[in-house]
Design a protein around this ligand. Structure first.
Ligand code: FAD
Length: 451
């Protein structure tokens, strides 16, 4: 136990002190859950949010009448998932992910593939998973791309077989999961995170409803990017361009990308441990392109195995049933996302996705009536999708980000949970963790009493 924690554990806790006023930086899931629990325990809280909306990396947008999540969309597991338990306690339902994968297309052979090839990809993924420990021993501090090449060689795969296995490993396991380029993703701790049981689900109506329920009754100040955080023996002080906020404690929940960029100044400066960890970690680049059509001209979800293995728009989810309108969501990450995000306009991204769809379906594709293009990579309040471990980084670096500095400056966010970073539930658990650190032993919030 750190000295700060020991001191917090010995005296009357901040949550019991009527003078406590907590300033939470960021109204994403981590900030809202910390604020919710503190507020429900009778602690005075103000949430200071840079954007003109709450939710952070959850954002249910209206794309011409279709509610589509531009950030988090799935609940990955429902058991012991605080997002699920909160939703259930607040009358919000979820629906099982029953997406139907109808089309698998190989661009190198310019043809649609069948069930057999899809099974081959499943087998490649489970084979690579099975051999992870041995590969980790061989690759050491190298990358997943090196491990994948070694594995393909060991398995004697070439041609289409190698391409399918590569797609399953590169896209399914790395670029669409961690958002990171496969040749920059560290092998040492790859695939080690904890999975929650219960399967993938969607919140009905999107994450927006959950976030609204979490924020109800909280004091939230929008459009206030925090520029400076200062803390001293008596309290904390946060400066935005137009206001100064004073409190007794602050919980900073901004993404790792924002901390890495140094756009918030800290006085005293952040510890060398935290700075070294920030240096080692990086943000992935998962992005979406949403295409809302007048009429459905396809059926089911589609998968595109690129000829050059660059990952060009590898997946299109059919969200029509959930969104209530004909909608496809293209998901892409890794190196392709980095290039596209840096160089392409929104129009080029939409056109690029439509071109892949036309090739994949072998037909002319109608113009969408509306579209949405995400820019998490360049958004100054995120700067990437979520944290990942490049070679040389370890879960200890994420643990270091969860540590408070002194007893007034606390941190939360998905990138502070070493066992399940990159997930909505990690963000909520981190918020509950920091509320607990301030002395809320038993949350009063419906759905979180047991956590
Ligand atoms: C494209 C995409 C898809 C995803 N899909 C899933 C999924 O399906 N399932 C899943 O479980 N997870 C998914 N995730 C991850 C999930 O969205 C995040 O892990 C989670 O929402 C992070 O919550 P957070 O509170 O830690 O951070 P955030 O939501 O980023 O909240 C931080 C808040 O801080 C604010 N902020 C930043 N800088 C400042 C500042 N200077 N001053 C004040 N406020 C500031 C931000 O505006 C933001 O509101 C996805 C993420 C992305 C990007």
């Amino acid at each position: 136990m750190s000295l700060a924690l020991l001191l917090l554990a010995c005296g009357p806790s901040p949550a019991q002190d009527p003078n406590t006023h907590v300033l939470v930086v960021g109204a994403g899931l981590a900030g809202l859950s910390a604020a919710r629990v503190l507020h429900d325990a009778g602690v005075s809280v103000t949430v200071i949010e840079a954007r003109d909306r709450i939710g952070g990396r959850t954002w249910t947008a209206d794309v011409d009448g279709a509610a589509v999540d531009l950030g988090a969309a799935w609940l990955h597991g429902t058991e012991d998932n605080p997002v699920a338990s909160f939703g259930e306690a607040h009358g919000l339902s979820t629906t099982r992910d029953n997406l139907d994968w109808t089309t698998l297309y190989d661009a190198a052979e310019e043809r649609a593939l069948g069930e057999r090839e899809r099974e081959q990809m499943d087998q490649a993924m489970s084979g690579f998973e099975r051999d992870l420990d041995a590969l980790k021993r061989e690759i050491g501090d190298g990358t997943v791309a090196q491990a994948r090449d070694l594995w393909l060689a060991d398995e004697g795969l070439s041609g289409l077989d190698a391409r399918l296995a590569t797609h399953a490993i590169d896209q399914w396991m790395v670029e669409l999961t961690y958002g990171s380029p496969v040749d920059q993703t560290g092998m040492a701790w790859f695939w080690d995170e904890e999975d929650l049981a219960g399967g993938d689900h969607f919140p009905v109506g999107g994450y927006g409803a959950l976030v609204e329920a979490m924020a109800e009754g909280l004091d939230i100040r929008l459009s206030q990017p925090v520029e400076a955080v200062a803390w001293h023996a008596d309290g904390v002080q946060l400066d935005t361009a137009s206001e100064r906020f004073e409190g007794t404690h602050t919980i900073v929940t901004v993404p790792v990308g924002v901390l890495r960029a140094g756009s918030i100044s800290f006085d005293p400066a952040l510890s060398s441990d935290r700075l070294a960890s920030l240096e080692r970690l990086d943000m992935g680049n998962l992005e979406k392109v949403v295409l809302r059509f007048e009429e459905p001209w396809w059926s089911g979800c589609m998968e595109y195995v690129a000829a050059d293995l660059g990952g060009a728009f590898p997946e299109f989810y059919d969200l029509s049933a959930l969104a209530g309108e004909p909608v496809l969501v293209g998901l892409y990450g890794g190196r392709f996302a980095r290039e596209v995000q840096a160089d392409w306009s929104d129009e080029q991204i939409v056109d690029g996705a439509l071109a892949v769809l036309a090739e994949l379906r072998g037909q002319a594709v109608p113009e969408p009536v509306a579209s949405a293009v995400t820019r998490w990579t360049s958004d100054p309040f995120t700067l990437g999708s979520y944290v990942y471990l490049p070679p040389g980084a370890s879960p200890d670096n994420i643990e270091a980000l969860a540590e408070p500095e002194g007893d007034r400056l606390l941190f939360a966010g998905e990138g502070t949970v070493s066992t399940m970073y990159g997930n909505a539930h990690a963000a909520v658990l981190s918020g509950l963790r920091e509320a607990r650190r301030l002395g809320v032993k038993r949350p009063q919030t419906p759905g979180w009493e047991e956590l």
